[in-house]
Design a protein around this ligand. Sequence first.
Ligand code: SF4
Length: 74
Amino acid sequence: MSVPVRVAVDRTRCIGAGQCALTAPDVFAQDDDGFGTVRPGRAEAAGPMLREAARVCPVGAVTVRDAAAEPPGV
Ligand code: SF4
């Protein structure tokens, strides 16, 4: 069973490598400029590939945090 996590992309770091969208395409996408984004409604998600998406980002722009460890809205 996967634990829900909160995912985010830091656009100030992103270089548009696209690894996040390739690794977990149900959660991450690339915008028209090629920058990584979190798909609408998917900021809190679960799945084994989310931590992998953070791991493969070459610039560390993807963060994955334990959703249960933070109050809603943070
Ligand atoms: S893997 Fe990292 S650098 Fe590449 S699009 Fe995603 S956030 Fe940006």
